[in-house]
Design a protein around this ligand. Structure first.
Ligand code: TYD
Ligand code: MG
Length: 457
């Protein structure tokens, strides 16, 4: 066996260095280097020696249609996975502690088990009784899930070897697991990488759908491993604000389906409930036409979703006015403010600006630009938008409003939810919605539309 040596491993990106330093040279993070024992050869529990064996090579054809998927029947979960779990694949479910990862996975495997799929749930964080208690509360104590509480990977693999026909396995969480031939503590990059590698290899060999829970550090990364993201087939993030009951399962990587697909859930006292029509939920308790609010007709993956964007503008008592954003990119907000300033003459310079995406959703589409601009203009001018109006479109630096993809789907969703007007880019063809459209080519037209022609400097 190769002699183990000490190195310093960045807990953020996984880069290794022979010497300690305050900043990781690879990813630029500070104070992330930790001493670990690293073996010189790729580590693993099963390692042979001598000459390699010839592997069989085949054609690209040969698999008729898509691989069959394990559907949990929780449609929001299946949707986020790209239509169900793929046998022989690994899914990483990341998220803040306490957000509901264990709950959703227990619900998912219980549903699988009840439909006759053989499932195993390994918890390294909770005692057997704790998991049983949760199952009881969720009304899942009758589900034929095999439960184990263990953190030694060697024992877990031996157990799984012994169980025939296992089709789905949950490991909760990967940070608690360890292999005993590594000296470093559980949760370090070396351990997380080694345990995940062994588990994934086992899952691929046996055609098991593997679900790994991964905790996220304060700054939004899964502790240890961006490394882990590369190893798995699918990465799902479970997000949501603690104070809100909504939880969003978002696919950020998927080898077997689209990314940006999301599943929307509501946390109740009986676990996570699916929300089949999120638009209605996010718009649920909307005030009647108030200034500073605009409904954005957005897309989340393949699904249209309406969300309210709220802006508050107040004259600032600070030398540098405040800019606070929840649910959107602050750099993008600065850009929209600058464009409004430079291209339409509206002055936000001496104003504090607060922007909020209602319901705890995070919006990432550039198509939200125009809705954000509409909310800002409405707030500054104190003119509400008509309450049955949706807004979407991308805004460029010269103030031009650009068409965005999926206009027809956005309009259809708006129509379905009773909206009658849309403020949107021009030159959009092939849309047969009955909404009354205000087509806008430049940001000053938006300002005129909301604040009136006199407002333009
Ligand atoms: P959990 O799944 O343990 O989170 P994670 O595994 O991501 O750390 O969820 C814990 C939180 O969920 C806890 O704050 C309580 C809440 N919860 C409910 O509100 N209702 C429920 O039915 C359950 C099981 C949990
Ligand atoms: Mg948990």
């Amino acid at each position: 066996m190769a002699k183990p040596r000490k190195s310093y491993v960045c807990q953020s990106c996984g880069a290794t260095f022979p010497k300690w330093s305050g900043q990781c040279e690879a990813c630029g993070e500070w104070n992330t280097l930790v001493e670990e024992v690293v073996a010189d050869v790729p580590r693993g529990l099963s390692r042979g020696s001598g000459r390699g064996r010839r592997i069989p090579l085949t054609d690209l054809g040969g698999v008729p249609g898509d691989a069959p998927r394990l559907k949990t029947g929780i449609s929001e979960f299946d949707r986020a996975c790209g239509g169900g779990l793929v046998p022989g694949s690994a899914v990483l479910v990341g998220g803040d502690p306490g957000i509901g990862k264990s709950t959703i996975l227990l619900q998912a495997v219980s549903r699988l088990a009840m439909s006759g799929v053989k499932t195993v749930y390994i918890s390294g964080e909770e005692a057997t009784a704790q998991v049983q208690m949760r199952a009881g509360r969720l009304g899942l104590d009758k589900a034929p899930v095999r439960l184990g509480t263990e953190t030694s990977l060697r024992d877990i693999l031996a157990t799984l070897e012994g169980e025939s026909d296992v089709e789905a396995v949950v490991i909760d969480s990967i940070q608690t697991m360890f292999v005993d031939n590594l000296e470093s503590a559980p949760g370090t990059v070396a351990q997380v990488r080694a345990t995940a590698q062994e588990l994934i290899r086992f899952a691929k060999k046996r055609g098991i759908a593997l679900l790994l829970v991964g905790h996220v550090t304060k700054d939004g990364q899964i502790a240890g491993p961006r490394v882990l993201e590369h190893m798995v087939d699918t990465v799902l993030y479970f997000e949501g604000e603690r104070g809100h009951q909504f939880r969003i399962l978002r696919a950020v990587k998927n080898r077997f389906g689209g990314t940006d697909e999301i599943g929307v859930f509501e946390m109740t006292d009986r676990g996570l409930k699916e929300v089949p029509n999120p638009s209605a939920l996010f718009l649920g308790n909307r005030d009647k036409a108030v200034s500073g609010a605009a409904v954005f007709a957005g897309m989340e993956g393949s699904r249209p979703m309406l969300v309210e964007i709220q802006a508050l503008v107040a004259s600032s008592s600070l030398g540098t006015p405040r800019r606070a954003v929840v649910g959107w990119d602050s750099g993008r907000l600065a850009m929209i403010l600058a464009v409004l300033d430079a291209r339409s003459g509206l002055g936000f310079g001496a104003q504090d600006v607060y922007l909020n995406v209602a319901g705890g959703l995070k919006v990432t589409e550039p198509a939200a630009d125009l809705a954000v601009a509409a909310a800002l203009v409405s707030a500054l001018a104190d003119r509400p938008l008509a309450e049955d109006t949706v807004v979407f479109g991308e805004v460029g630096l010269s103030g031009e409003v650009r068409p965005v993809a999926h206009a027809a789907q956005r309009l259809r969703e708006a129509e379905k939810l009773g909206f009658t007007r849309a403020i949107m880019p021009g030159r959009v063809r092939g849309v047969d919605a009955r909404l009354q459209r205000s087509e806008i080519g430049h940001i000053y037209e938006l300002v005129e539309l909301i604040a009136g022609p006199a407002s333009r400097a």
